[in-house]
Design a protein around this ligand. Structure first.
Ligand SMILES: Cc1ncc(COP(=O)(O)O)c(C=O)c1O
Length: 423
């Protein structure tokens, strides 16, 4: 066994007991997510199922969850849907209905549904590279790509890191370009002390099992704009006018379409992406412990980054205001041999991981994007290409033991960078 390398980063030192050589066969049993739906959530679910004639389709629980979420985030309106992808789709559809089509500036590192929503709604996606410290879009590049045909910038806050900066927010405002925030991976994170998801015209959240909290499947769209709120509510339910909150809006449609039954006026050719009372009741139960869990996650991330060897791994992420449900493990150098060592060590230790970080890395390498933009476009984005091959995420859940985090850092730090035998 190679000699131990002491931790060279600042922050919590690794206790001496954990620096003892660790058997490669020790299984840390560390999944991407654990225990994200708990007995209290199941109890809440059972409670909603017990009345003699339970109402389970979208009703008062959904409405209560939307209101509680709006209060938590500090926005005026929230619309609960059946996934984060549906939140993406409805947001961009509402944008199209309000602003018309054109170009939307998007990051190369994001989830496929962000780009799919842009394409499906008839916009042209204009890609930008990433900022390695936030993993979000390179905001300077995004500003440079704004053109007369730009309708919006659709930014994703990656794996808990804030992707905004003051210049970017100010310049978008000054130039009148709407910002849409995808906060599916980052809720609870802040910029200048304010929660992400409150800066954009609209923002998106996902409650998939592996995220900060879960409604099994689910998503939320948030906005302060009353007109967009009505449009989103209609788009969620087939485009039906009766879903609008405003009686005035509903009446104006009825007056203009006297030949139609007011119950069946379809303002938009839309979708059904509603969720159910069962998902909402789980969300309401989960929301009660979100802040507490997020604090634990933030402590975990700092412990992880502070104990990684900064000569081998990137440790200078933009942690201020961050709130991650996954640790980002990005190799400092493009070294395929070292990368193989890292992956086999994670496997040996039973640490589940995903290569490429969010969404599997550079979206432009995906078959759908190559069909759209050609086979070589992906080459133009070096920062995301590094993360595509040498970036990983691993789980960060509230009851993840500190001891496991330190053991993993110790094992990763011991790996040699050179071509020598596996340590
Ligand atoms: C950034 C981002 N946006 C959107 C989504 C889609 O969310 P969902 O899985 O709930 O459809 C995800 C999924 O993980 C995501 O990471």
């Amino acid at each position: 066994m190679a000699p131990q390398t002491a931790c060279r980063s600042s922050g919590d030192p690794i206790p001496r007991t954990l620096l003892a050589p660790m058997s490669c066969r020790e299984n840390l049993n560390w999944p991407l997510m654990r225990n994200n739906i708990q007995q209290t959530d199941i109890d809440a679910l059972i409670h909603v199922l017990t009345p003699e004639v339970p109402i389970l389709t979208q009703s008062s629980q959904v409405e209560a969850f939307e209101q509680e979420w709006s209060r938590w985030l500090d926005v005026r309106y929230s619309v609960f849907v059946n996934s984060g992808s549906s939140a993406n789709l409805l947001t961009i559809a509402a944008l199209k209905e309000t602003y018309g089509t054109g170009e939307i500036i998007v990051p190369t590192l994001t989830w496929v549904s962000d780009i799919a929503s842009v394409i499906h709604c008839g916009f042209k996606p204009v890609f930008v590279d990433i900022n390695p410290r936030t993993l979000g879009m390179d905001t300077a590049q995004a500003l440079k790509k704004i053109a007369p045909q730009t309708v919006a910038v659709f930014l994703t806050h990656i794996l808990g890191y804030n992707g905004l900066d003051a210049k970017f927010v100010a310049e978008l405002k000054e130039r009148g370009v709407p910002l849409i925030e995808d906060v599916c991976e980052s809720y609870g994170a802040t910029f200048q002390g304010r929660k992400l998801g409150t800066f954009g015209l609209m923002s998106n959240f996902s409650f998939y099992y592996a995220h900060h909290m879960s409604t099994i499947e689910g998503g939320m769209i948030c906005t302060d704009d009353p007109k967009l709120f009505e449009t989103l509510r209609m788009l969620r339910s087939h485009g039906m006018v009766r879903e609008a909150r405003s009686a005035e809006l509903r009446d104006s449609y009825s007056r203009r379409h006297p030949d139609l039954n007011p119950d069946f006026i379809f303002a938009f050719p839309a979708y059904n992406v509603r969720s159910t009372e069962m998902n909402a009741v789980i969300g309401r139960s989960q929301l009660k412990r979100l802040d507490e869990n997020n604090k634990l996650r933030t402590d975990n991330l700092l412990l992880f980054l502070n104990n990684l060897d900064p000569d081998k791994y990137q440790t200078d992420f933009a942690v201020e205001g961050s709130c991650n449900y996954a640790f980002t493990l990005v190799l400092k150098h493009a070294n395929p041999v070292f990368c193989e060592r890292v992956m086999s060590t994670l496997r040996e230790l039973g640490v589940e991981f995903r290569r490429g970080t969010s969404g599997g890395g550079n979206q432009l390498r995906q078959p759908y994007a190559k069909r759209l933009l050609g086979d070589t476009e992906f080459e133009k984005y070096p920062a995301v290409n590094h993360v595509h091959f040498y970036g990983f995420y691993i789980g960060n859940y509230p009851d993840l033991e500190r001891e496991k985090i330190l053991k993993l850092c110790s094992a990763l730090n011991r790996l040699p960078l050179n071509e020598g035998p596996h340590a």
